[in-house]
Write a protein that binds this ligand. Structure first.
Ligand SMILES: [Zn+2]
Length: 209
């Protein structure tokens, strides 16, 4: 076996995370790839996300259902109609209400075209992503009731529940300041040994775990 082949096998086993910064509010979509499979965390500009999808797209883990984290889903579903959109019950409601997801107050109201793709998960649910790699759902309400933080190996996807260096927004309709503070403390503990990938960021980057 050549050195190059060994390198390829080693690389196949690693999960790659590409952070895409979207056009609306600099929200982030994370593209998680390993081998020939891909998962997303949140979904903004599909055109920016597509180049990073490798092989089969399995689904989208949602950090919450505010429109800046979900607005690409209908476009994405036209290209990948079989994918799972994973969220909690409140997130499902947000996907189906332009009032709850706040898109009503922006130029393009968003309501998910295909509710049957939604997979509702409980707190603590474990979702198999890739062979030997799973995602754990941790409810982190406060910013809004649909907030789920996702733990994937050494990575933690916090959405808007905790953005390092930024005060958590807890003044929106359906926000809860006390819950937001509790969730932030929980995330900080969970993040002690992990790398944080939050819901908004200034620039795109690729990380190989
Ligand atoms: Zn938000």
């Amino acid at each position: 076996m050549t050195q190059a082949a060994i390198y390829q096998i080693a690389d196949e086993n690693k999960m790659r995370i590409h952070q895409v910064v979207n056009s609306i509010f600099n929200s982030c979509t994370y593209v998680l790839t390993r081998g020939h499979e891909t998962w997303l965390v949140d979904c903004g500009d599909v055109d920016r996300i597509l180049p990073h999808i490798e092989g089969t797209l399995r689904g989208v883990l949602l950090t919450h259902s505010h429109f800046d984290h979900i607005y690409g889903l209908n476009h994405l579903l036209t290209l990948f109609p079989g994918i799972a959109i994973v969220t909690n019950e409140s997130g499902r409601e947000g996907l189906l209400s332009d009032k709850l997801n706040f898109s009503r107050y922006h130029e393009e109201p968003f309501i998910l075209d295909s509710p049957r793709n939604v997979m509702v998960v409980d707190n603590g649910a474990i979702i198999p992503l890739f062979k030997d790699i799973e995602a754990t759902a941790v409810y982190t309400p406060g910013h809004c009731p649909s907030c789920v933080t996702w733990i994937v190996e050494d990575a933690i996807f916090t959405g808007d529940s905790y953005i390092p260096g930024v005060k958590t927004v807890a003044s929106l309709p359906h926000s809860d300041k006390a819950l937001a503070a509790q969730s932030e403390e929980l995330i900080k503990r969970l993040a002690e040994q992990r790398r944080i990938f939050s819901g908004h960021a200034p620039q795109s980057r690729t990380i190989i775990l």
